[in-house]
Write a protein of this length. Structure first.
Length: 297
């Protein structure tokens, strides 16, 4: 098995974890504000990465801090805009527009990285974009929340591209740690700013459900997730990474069918959901089969 295929499979496995996090995050949305949850999630991840990569974090250069912080800032802005966008747009619109980063990545890569994706990757991207539309759809008129989410998608696309750009020039563990810890710092600053600027403090319910969700998403969704993505992108292309990440809403839909919400209800499988998942997975398969055939010649 080639390094690129191993990298692709690693990113694919991470999308399973990210997909599973949708329902557990939704189940605590009434107990803790999004900014506070993200601050603690990324803080937990930073502590874990500092402990795991302790011996590998020596010799961090100023230029490494700048590069990793840029990616961390994109991660912070992207997730924050996604949360703000959800105030005025629907969850389905948010999921679809965020997923459009799969289309943005190959286009931006041509200009920033001078990398032209192969035809099979382009075909996979088109199928994945169609799959996202069937899976999440787009409802209603365009509102400010949709604009914020579109900028969010651009941030996620740039995050993928800059990881690819910097991964070959700096220690990969440095890059993984700095981007996560930078995002944590910005979320903590945001939390502090809102807390001190509000005359009506928000009560947070720290029950076992909230704590376990923070630990799960912090350890697996963030520490493990972004570390694997950063390391794997050293051996695969930005376009392939973006394409594989479209599986996140697929697994989100699958887990929503299995795991009940706070009211004990699970979502039902619809024809649109099935077609959307099928198209996204087909796009991935087309890309991978072409790649494997090429290497078997």
């Amino acid at each position: 098995m080639s390094k690129q295929l191993k990298a692709d499979l690693s990113i694919f496995c991470i999308t399973i974890i990210w997909g599973s996090s949708f329902i557990v995050m939704k189940n605590i949305s009434d107990d803790i504000p999004a900014y506070a949850y993200l601050a603690m999630r990324f803080l937990v991840a930073s502590i874990i990465l500092a402990f795991i990569f302790n011996k590998n974090l020596k010799g961090i250069k100023l230029n490494d801090i700048f590069r990793g912080s840029l990616i961390g800032l994109l991660l912070y802005v992207g997730m924050m805009l996604q949360v703000l966008g959800l105030k005025t747009t629907s969850a389905s619109n948010s999921a679809f527009i965020t997923g459009l980063c799969v289309v943005m990545v190959p286009i931006i890569s041509v200009f920033l990285l001078n990398k032209r994706p192969p035809l099979n990757a382009v075909a996979g991207v088109i199928l994945a974009a169609l799959g996202l539309f069937f899976l999440t759809g787009f409802q209603g008129n365009w509102v400010i929340g949709d604009t914020l989410t579109l900028i969010c998608a651009l941030c996620f696309a740039l995050q993928i591209i800059f990881i690819d750009k910097f991964a070959s020039d700096m220690h990969i563990y440095h890059l993984a740690f700095i981007q996560v810890s930078t995002a944590a710092v910005f979320y903590l600053i945001t939390w502090a700013g809102i807390a001190f600027g509000s005359s009506d403090p928000v009560n947070i319910v720290f029950d076992s459900k909230v704590i376990l969700t923070i630990l799960y998403t912090g350890a697996f969704g963030t520490a493990l997730g972004y570390s694997v993505q950063t390391i794997a992108q050293k051996y695969t292309s930005p376009t392939r990474t973006a394409l594989i990440l479209t599986c996140e809403p697929v697994f989100g839909a699958i887990f929503a069918l299995i795991v009940p919400d706070i009211n004990g209800n699970t979502e039902k499988l619809t024809l649109k959901t099935f077609v959307g998942c099928f198209l996204i997975l087909s796009g991935m398969i087309i890309t991978e089969l072409r790649f494997r055939n090429k290497n078997s010649q």
